[in-house]
Design a protein around this ligand. Sequence first.
Ligand code: ATP
Length: 333
Amino acid sequence: MMAQVRVNRDINSRAGAHPDRVFQGHSPAQDIAIETRNLGRMFGDVQAVVDLNLSVPAGSIFGLIGPNGAGKTTTIKMLLGLIQPTAGGASVLGRDILTDSLWIRSRVGYVMETQAMYGYLTVGETLSFCRRLYPRWNDELVRGYCKSFGLPLERKVGKLSKGMKTQLALILALGPDPDLLILDEPTSGLDPVRRHEFLTTVIGEIAGTGKTVFLSSHQLSEVERVCDHIGIINRGTLILSGSLDQIKAQEKKVRIITQGALPEEIMRMPQVRKVEPEGAGYLISISGAVDAVIDRLRALPHSFLETIDMNLEEIFMDYVGAPDSCKTPREGE
Ligand code: ATP
C-alpha cells in the first residue's frame, strides 16, 4: 500500500516570529523573512528546483535539508540573486529576488559552500576591508567571534585551513549585523568542537536576538538541535516543511499485531502513508491527524500496539530513503 506524502505548509512558529522586530526595507508587520512562489530552476534538462513554495518565518532558525543534489545550493543562490530562476519567484526580507538582489545581498549575511576570499590578505586585513563596506559593521561582535574561534589575525587567508576559512566566512557574514543569515552548509569543514561551538554559541546567540537564520545542512542531529523550522527537499521538490515540533507531532509510526488482516478502509485513510508487513504484524507510517488513525487501530482486535515517535533523522529517512513511489508530494491540509 502506497500513500502520498503530505507537504506541510502550515508554518506556525515555535520560537515565534518576533512582532517587535523591524526589518529594514519591509514592514514590521511582515513576519515572513523568505517566501518562494513556485520557484524553479532548470540546468539544461536537469530540474534542480521544482515548484518550490517555501515560507520562512521571521525570527526562525530554518534548516533546509536534503540529500546530495537535492537543490539546496541552487535555492540559496536564487534567493541571493547569484543565479536567476527559470520559473516562479521569491522575496527575501520583503524584496523581490529578481529586481532587488543587490539590496538583498547588502542586507543579508551569507556564507556559500565555496566562499571567495582574497588569499593574499591577512585575516585582520580582510576584516578591516569588509568593515569599510558596511555601515552597520559590529566590531565588538567580530572581535568576540575571532577570539572564541581562535583565528590568527596576522595569517594570510590563503594559508588558512578549510575550517578556519569557514570560520572567517561566518565572521564576515555576521559582521554587518544582518537581520537574516543564509548559510549553505555552515559547519562543513569545522571540527566537532568548533561545530558544536558554532551551533550553540553563534546560532544560539543569533536566535536570542530575533534574527532569522536559513541554513542548509546534511547534519540532521545538528539541525534538530538548533532549528525550530525545517524543510526537506529531494530532487528539487519540497516534500515536507513547517515547524519541527508540529512535524514531529504529525509524523508517527504504529507497530501493530492485529487478529486478521489490516482492513482496507484503514489502509485507505489519507493519513496512512505507508504500511509495511513486519513479523506477525505491520509497521504503519502516519502523517497529519495521526490520532484519528491511532484511535481506529486501537479499536481493532489486536495483541500488540505501539505508537512510535520519530526524530528528524527517522522522518528524513522515511521520506527520502523511501521507494520512489512513496514520494509523490501533495498539498497540505
Ligand atoms: P549538495 O548537498 O551535494 O551540495 P545540493 O542539494 O546543494 O547538493 P545543488 O547543488 O543545488 O544540490 O544541485 C541540484 C542539481 O542541480 C544537481 O543535479 C546538480 O547537478 C544540478 N546543478 C547545480 N548547479 C549546476 C550547474 N551550474 N550546471 C548544471 N547543473 C547544475
